[in-house]
Unconditional design. Structure first.
Length: 764
């Protein structure tokens, strides 16, 4: 009986143990299935399935004329399955295969052999060797594989080890053109700057996948076990930028960067009635196809100098530690200064002060003022840039003379509250809304005073553009409102979005943010600004045949570069043309020019050059005044087929000079050709023999000459000069640029454009 009890106890305990074990197993299974199920399923699938990404082709970026600015093209990536090498049973074959792969791929892909060797020694089923290879390299690798697989003795199965997958690479056909606007993509294909960054989700598309079944050895099974999910191409963008206008702006500013030895030069060309940005430049820039290389020699020199400094030297020179890192200088290089940089607008802001005074009925064209060279206001003594004073002035002289005391007086009449209303209305306290990375967020208390803290002392400084900061895009947008009948527009860079078939899926609509001044006020300020260019501080932006309106500005930088012993300035000009029917607005900013630093002397000539070239490109016809026609323009008559005496008479009727080359009696050809515009008193070269050889002359150096001196030397050399730049009525202008460099050989009779500017009355 006792044995039976013991037996029952043992059975009971065994049952309990079994129950506990069963419960533990059930719990473990539940844990594996419910808690870790997804993880282990993924691991199982990863061993049974091959999953390769098919990169989507990123959308193309076009300019407004459908020229390609950024495009994705097919490339390939090369990978190996090193585990296959390690599984080769025959040691000799295994090592031969390894060495062939190392040598072949290192040579064809231009890689270090030791790097490839390390790849082959891993025990992975996938190891990327190199991405973004071109078609010729892909073909060479395929030929290399075939060579060893098809050899008669000891063929090697390289195709099961070396693989080539399709890939996508971003190309920028124009390299540095509009680089700070377009931006670029990183190694993962995502945008890192500019339009590429801002519109990344729109451009990048949806990646596809290739899912393949793997056998127990990790080898891809036949095609019936393969599933392909096609990639979806990204949406393409059509920018408002016009590459021809962009080229004009970049060419002019590139020369300025070199000539003025400035730290930076930047500018914008905008369509006034829509806000569309036609050109935007920030120099120095960089190569979009090689964005991580610092292109600017000055920037690279700064990096090398500062990175070599000790901690003590950095502290002594007040240089942050971050400036010792190369990434800091790359970010500086990539930044679009026309949007992200801020500066004191200086006297350009007097446009806003004048407009507010007219709009509030506090001034009209009969308004008079006396400038004695300074004004005492709110415990401050404020000088005019002309310390001797402008004397008696009318309202039209406010902008033309760029008079500080006059601006302070108008602002005082407005008062702090009403003045601040216009400061806000013209957009200086808010983002511009431009559709790209870096749109400046104006910070109250940092870039400008809050309304609550805005004092009469601030009012005085703000009236002529000092003691606050704006971005170039803010400033040109505000001035464009004056050109556009008082309507403040939202600037934009993308005009259309296109699907893969080229259909428009979204089109930008110009947006009026608000009416800031009336049309009548805007027209009066337009007229005032035209006088600035005709006879005032902006006369270096004068363009014969076009009505140009604008305003110059000069401001001292708040933070002086610690490497300089002298003060630093920013010279600027902002205006529009034609003033009687505005089409484009232009802003030019020269940051820390060496030598002349006034906006009228430095920035205005650049703006005039840009305006002239852009208007001619856009097909805006010249509207020459009677004086301009007399001084500048004549049309070459058609002389072919005429006798020499008749040709002389016909040329004489147009007040031109003729030079006859040859012994014949009849004109066979001429230069310049019939119909071309010539300067008054120009020369026409005619040839009278059928076997003539065109005469050539060497272009002289016109730099520093007056208009009359340049004309005389041109005629003596058998050349015509087309005069561009500052008003021809001024006797103080001198040549500073010519379209054909001195010393070059050109056709006799060639037309050389010589640009003139003045240093008199353009200090602001």
């Amino acid at each position: 009986m006792k044995a039976a009890v013991n037996y029952n106890k043992r059975g009971f305990y065994a049952l309990i143990i079994v129950a506990i074990l069963a419960f533990a197993i059930i719990c473990r299974l539940a844990y594996l299935q419910l808690v870790k199920g997804d993880e282990y399923t993924a691991k199982t699938e990863s061993q049974q399935l091959g999953d390769n990404e098919i990169k989507a082709s990123r959308g193309t970026i076009y300019d407004s004329n459908m020229n390609i600015l950024a495009q994705s093209a097919s490339v390939w990536s090369v990978y190996i399955n090193p585990s296959k090498i390690n599984k080769i049973s025959d040691e000799a074959e295994r090592e031969e295969t390894r060495e062939v792969i190392i040598s072949g791929l290192a040579t064809l892909l231009e890689l270090d052999e030791e790097k490839v060797r390390k790849y082959t020694e891993k025990n992975y089923s996938y190891q990327l060797v190199k991405g973004e290879i071109e078609k010729d390299t892909r073909d060479a690798i395929l030929a290399f594989i075939d060579e060893y697989e098809d050899r008669d003795e000891n063929p090697l199965d390289l195709s099961s080890i070396i693989g080539i997958d399709p890939d996508v690479k971003r190309y920028y056909p124009y390299s540095s053109l509009a680089s700070t606007v377009i931006g670029f993509t990183g190694s993962d294909g995502d945008g890192l700057a500019g339009i590429e960054y801002y519109y990344n989700e729109t451009l990048k598309g949806v990646s596809g996948r290739t899912i393949t079944a793997l056998n127990g050895n990790g080898t891809v099974m036949p095609n019936q076990y393969e599933t392909i999910y096609e990639a979806q191409e990204g949406t393409s963008l059509v920018l408002t930028l016009d590459i021809y206008i962009q080229h004009i702006l970049e060419d002019v500013l590139s020369r300025a960067l070199e000539d003025t030895r400035a730290e930076n030069v930047y500018g914008i060309v905008m369509e006034v009635d829509t806000g569309a940005i036609l050109g935007m430049v920030s120099l120095p820039d960089y190569d979009l196809n090689d964005p991580f290389t610092i292109s600017s020699e000055d920037l690279l020199s700064d990096y090398e100098e500062i990175s070599a400094m000790s901690v003590e030297e950095l502290t002594e020179n007040d240089i942050p530690q971050e400036q010792t890192n190369k990434s800091y200088y790359r970010n500086v290089q990539w930044s679009n200064r026309a949007i992200v940089n801020t500066y004191e607008p200086g006297s350009v802001f007097k446009i806003i002060t004048a407009a507010a005074s007219i709009e509030e009925g506090l001034s009209d064209t009969t308004r008079e003022f006396y400038c004695g060279g300074s004004i005492d206001y709110a415990t401050r003594h404020i000088n005019c840039w002309r310390t001797s004073g402008h004397g008696s002035e009318t309202f039209y002289d406010l902008l033309k003379n760029s008079c500080n005391p006059f601006a302070v007086t108008l602002a005082d009449e407005l008062g702090t509250s009403r003045f601040y209303d216009y400061f806000e209305a013209f957009g200086f306290t808010e983002k511009t809304g431009v559709d790209t990375a870096g749109d400046l967020t104006p910070t109250e208390g940092v870039l400008f005073m809050s309304r609550e803290d805005f004092s009469k002392s601030d009012l005085a400084s703000y009236s002529f553009g000092q003691s606050f900061q704006v971005s170039p895009l803010q400033m040109i947008t505000a001035v464009s409102a004056v050109a556009n009948g008082g309507k403040l527009m939202t600037p934009y860079l993308v005009s259309k979005e296109l699907d893969a078939e080229g259909n428009t899926v979204r089109e930008a609509v110009p947006t009026v943010r608000r009416q800031v001044i009336s049309e009548s006020t805007a027209q009066l300020i337009c007229d005032n600004m035209e006088q600035v260019v005709a006879t005032g501080t902006g006369k270096n932006a004068y363009v014969a045949g076009y009505h140009v309106a604008g305003k110059t500005g000069t401001s001292e930088k708040l933070v002086v570069n610690n490497k300089k012993d002298t003060e630093a300035y920013i010279a600027s000009f902002c205006g529009f043309a034609p003033a009687n029917d505005p089409e484009i607005a232009v802003i030019i900013i020269v940051d820390e020019p060496v030598g002349d630093h006034g906006g009228g002397a430095v920035a205005a000539p650049l703006a005039g050059d840009v305006i002239e070239q852009v208007l001619m490109y856009l097909g805006v016809e010249h509207a020459y005044t009677a004086d301009e026609m007399e001084n500048l323009v004549e049309t070459a008559p058609d002389l072919k087929g005429l006798s020499v005496p008749d040709a002389r008479n016909k040329v004489g009727e147009k007040n031109l000079t003729i030079k006859v080359i040859g012994e014949g009696d009849t004109v066979i050809s001429q230069y310049p050709e019939a119909g071309r515009e010539l300067p008054s008193d120009g020369i026409v070269v005619v040839y009278t023999q059928p076997d003539y050889k065109a005469e050539t002359v060497t272009v002289p150096d016109f730099t520093g000459l007056t208009v009359s001196e340049a004309n005389r030397i041109a005629l003596n050399n058998g050349l015509n000069i087309r005069i561009s730049g500052s008003s021809l009525n001024s006797g103080t202008v001198y040549a500073y640029k010519q379209s054909v460099e001195a010393g070059q050989s050109v056709h006799m009779g060639e037309i050389i454009t010589v640009s003139f500017k003045t240093t008199v009355g353009v200090a602001d």
